[in-house]
Design a protein around this ligand. Structure first.
Ligand code: UD2
Length: 318
């Protein structure tokens, strides 16, 4: 049994990791400042973890959070391309300054390994598909720059201090507990709820934009593998965390129609600033060095996600 610190524990990915760790019998400490995380995400597991409301920018709190910890899973972030376009300073603070504080605290506490929630946005809009880790990054949005800068900090802490770090470049992770309620929410969470409610969803662009949508279980398993893989295979390295298949927004809308019972059409609006057109991962490095496998494909993941939202949003007594 190891002791884990999950940052952003009340968020979508963080709270999924907390559950997976508890199921394995690991000891879990969680921190969140509730800037985007929600208490409900931890409701039934809160008593089983050492939860602390804390901000990554509070170095003293990070030192306390890292004390006695074996592994850190660093999920806390302000995760949105358009939000970072509106507020680059806020994005920089949370996504870079916060990460550096955490790394300093993890180094001082002699944590065994830090696994970081990096982002596919680092690749930017380069025409080459699929994206592989050896490609030069080309970030467009402030969010993508911040995520990439934090990756480089992760690598630097391995090189300078020997702190084992692994970066997982998430490709559009989706699934139960992803917040659908903000204008900055991930597209599948937003569309699922809108279509279940009979509200018209909006596609930004012509709908041929594509993403390597990755169901949450795949990302959880990548994190666990990134903790257990030998350091010689993964420390100081970056891995794509994805499925190796891309789906267009038009296809996601079509797939959601029968699942949600939505009968209407979709609305089209201009593309968002900072968006990239196509995103698809080469996952061979993660397969080879972490033993990563795609556990749940897009269709099954989407079905499970819509089921979850249906159960959450049903009126009491229905
Ligand atoms: C980026 C990263 C992703 C993760 C995420 C965190 C890429 C390729 N992916 O996701 O890995 O780090 O940021 O937030 O950079 N859209 C609509 N209608 C809506 C909402 C969104 O059409 O109501 C479009 C949006 O313009 C984009 C696509 O859907 O083209 C996906 O948007 P998203 O916000 O779900 O995720 P994205 O790709 O910015």
């Amino acid at each position: 049994m190891a002791k884990f610190l999950v940052t952003g524990a009340a968020g979508f990915i963080g709270s999924s990791l907390v559950r997976a760790l508890l199921e394995r019998g690991d000891e879990v400490r969680g921190i969140d400042n509730f800037s985007t995380g929600r208490r409900e995400n931890l409701a039934e597991v809160l008593k089983q973890i050492d939860f602390r409301e804390a901000d990554l920018l509070d170095l003293n709190a990070m030192h306390k959070a890292c004390a006695g910890v074996d592994y850190v899973l660093h999920e806390a972030a302000i995760p949105s391309v358009p939000k970072s376009v509106v507020d680059p300073i806020g994005s920089n603070r949370a996504n870079i300054d916060g990460t550096v504080n955490l790394l300093v605290a993890a180094r001082d506490a002699k944590v065994k390994r830090v696994v970081y929630a990096a982002s596919s946005s680092a690749y930017g809009d380069t025409p080459t598909l699929p994206k592989h880790e050896a490609m030069p990054p080309n970030p467009i949005s402030p969010y993508a720059v911040a995520k990439l800068a934090s990756e480089l900090y992760m690598i630097s802490f391995f090189r300078c201090y020997g702190l084992e770090t692994v970066c997982l470049r998430y490709f559009n992770v989706f699934g139960p507990r992803q917040d659908p309620s903000s204008p900055y929410s991930g597209v599948l969470a937003k569309f699922s709820i809108q279509m279940l409610r009979g509200e018209q969803p909006t596609i930004f662009g012509d709908g041929e934009t594509s993403r390597d949508f990755t169901y949450i279980d795949n990302a959880v398993s990548a994190n666990l593998l990134a903790c257990s893989a030998p350091a010689s295979e993964c420390a100081g390295r970056v891995f794509n965390c994805a499925t190796g298949r891309r789906i267009t927004l038009n296809e996601t809308f079509a797939a959601l129609k029968p699942l949600t019972g939505y009968k209407g059409e979709v609305n089209y609006a201009p593309e968002r600033a900072g968006d990239i057109k196509h995103s698809l991962a080469d996952i061979t490095q993660a397969q080879k060095h972490l033993g990563y496998k795609v556990l749940v494909n897009f269709e099954d993941g989407l079905r499970r996600t819509v089921e979850w939202y249906k159960n959450q949003h049903q009126p009491v007594g229905a």
